[in-house]
Design a protein around this ligand. Structure first.
Ligand SMILES: [Zn+2]
Length: 480
């Protein structure tokens, strides 16, 4: 054990950095690590002292940028020393059992792998084994230290993918380099993004029952059970058919991303529970909502089901939350009222405003019958007005029992799905509706999944699933 001239460590036979060895055997190894790092620090300082030769004095920002640029080599070397020391045993193995059949295998050769991390570049020489019976090669230390088969390591991937969920890939790649000093190409981001996205399924993206209970507990105060709002909606997303790169794209069209947002309406604040949006048929929406419902202790909350006119959405919400109180979204409802006013009385006319105000006020007090009677007495000014009035009457009749806003308000229930409107804007629109962005459905859904995970606080879990699955196959790669 000890250091050789090159400054790189020789293998230690025992792992010494663990807490329990702190005052016993670890002293020498730590001393050696410090010495090795002092040498690296000297190299780093040599690079910095160049500034004293210049004529012009650098600004603070220039000096800071210079450090950002040069620290990678130093910290990368630091990381390499740590890895070599902590995994010295695994790195020096001559024999290892095959992860598939368990047969003992001999080391064939060492393979040096380049690693890119948040700290900077480094490399690791590790033993490669080959199982004759399975016909497979494997690198045990990669599994043990969780080393990605890619050059870009998981710490870097995790942050880059999170950024690419907020910005277009090319833009995310540029910003990532600017902010971290580390690089990841947009292609590489896109590839990893797809691999991570596969794990952003509702089972992983919707928080666990334990986590949901915790949030309910935090919101519960006094004798009233908190109101849990389930709001469903659809947002139009620009999609296009899948085409090969550089091939002519097919015509794009808008498809519905169906989604729900579940939150607790606490005193003066909303506590988010789960969002889930996908471009998918309504049956799948129903299945996903049922999964979320199964994780909610429904007897511990009062449930409000918020939606607009669409039938499919009520059907599934009722099936998943049989005790939920149905509420026609006040804002959706008022939009229909405005439409009638516009064609009947003219846009922004005083008459229109007065009629809208009176009508909404009546609806707020649950006087749906009066409003319907009033609409029937109206003399439509145009054929369009006649059609819209007829539609509004039908709409109000259909949703009559979902319109009693005053009573709902008094009971502490929300009457408008401001919640889902803003979730739709945040989850769907900000990243998905950029100009010129047309999504292939599958990719669009992966993006929606990752964005929901970030919003729900389950991104770490989703990334962890990706990491596990990628590690379980990484050891088998022959070209590592
Ligand atoms: Zn084997």
């Amino acid at each position: 054990m000890g250091l050789k001239g090159g400054g790189r460590m020789e293998p230690a036979q025992v792992l010494y950095f663990g807490q329990h060895n702190r005052f016993e055997d670890g002293t020498d190894e730590r001393k050696q690590f410090r010495e090795a790092m002092h040498k690296e620090l000297d190299k780093f300082l040599d690079q910095l002292t160049g500034v004293f030769e210049g004529e012009r004095r650098e600004t603070l920002a220039e000096l800071s940028d210079m450090l950002t640029q040069k620290r990678g080599d130093f910290l990368g070397a630091c990381l390499q020393h740590l890895l070599e020391e902590r995994y010295s045993e695994a790195l020096n193995k001559e024999e290892s059992s095959c992860p598939h059949c368990g047969n003992p295998c001999r080391k064939r050769r060492d393979i040096t792998k380049k690693l890119q991390t948040m700290q900077g570049p480094c490399q690791l020489k590790r033993p490669w084994f080959y199982c004759v019976s399975c016909g497979r090669g494997f690198v045990p230390v990669d599994t043990e230290a969780e080393i990605s088969r890619r050059e870009k390591q998981f710490d870097l991937q995790k942050r880059a993918i999170k950024l690419s969920a907020q910005l277009p890939f090319a833009c995310a790649s540029e910003e990532f380099e600017d902010l971290t000093g580390q690089t990841m190409s947009d292609h590489s981001m896109h590839d990893v993004f797809e691999e991570v996205g596969i794990h952003a399924v509702p089972e992983a993206v919707v928080p666990s029952e334990g986590e949901i209970c915790k949030r309910i507990e935090q919101t519960s105060t006094g004798k009233w059970r908190p109101v849990l709002v389930v709001a469903s909606d659809a947002a139009k997303l620009p999609t296009r058919p899948k085409a090969k790169r550089n091939a002519r794209r097919g015509a794009g069209r808008y498809k519905d991303a169906k989604g729900f947002r579940i939150y607790l309406a606490g005193k003066g604040r909303l506590v988010h529970i789960a969002s889930w949006h996908q471009i998918q048929p309504e049956e799948q929406f129903g299945a996903d909502l049922a999964l979320a419902a199964s994780r909610i202790p429904q007897e511990r909350v009062r449930i409000a089901l918020l939606g607009d006119g669409a039938d499919w959405l009520w059907k599934h919400m009722r099936a998943c939350f049989p005790k939920g109180r149905e509420v026609l979204d006040f804002y959706h409802c008022s939009e229909h009222v405005y439409e009638v006013a516009k064609v009947q009385y003219g846009e922004k006319s005083t008459e229109a405003l007065e009629w809208v105000e009176a009508t909404l006020c009546r609806l707020f007090y649950g006087e749906v019958g009066h409003v319907i009677a009033g609409l029937r007495r109206m003399k439509p000014k145009t054929a369009q007005a006649e059609e819209l009035i007829r539609k509004l009457v039908a709409y109000l009749k259909e949703h009559r029992r979902r319109i009693n806003y005053r009573a709902l308000r008094l009971g502490g229930y929300p009457i408008g799905s401001g919640g889902i409107e803003s979730a739709n804007k945040f989850i769907c629109h900000t990243r998905m509706k950029r100009s010129g962005a047309w999504w292939v459905k599958a990719t669009g859904n992966l993006m929606l999944g990752i964005r929901c995970a970030i919003y729900n606080g389950t991104y770490d879990h989703v990334f962890d699933l990706y990491k596990r699955s990628s590690l379980s196959s990484a050891g088998e790669h022959r070209d590592c």
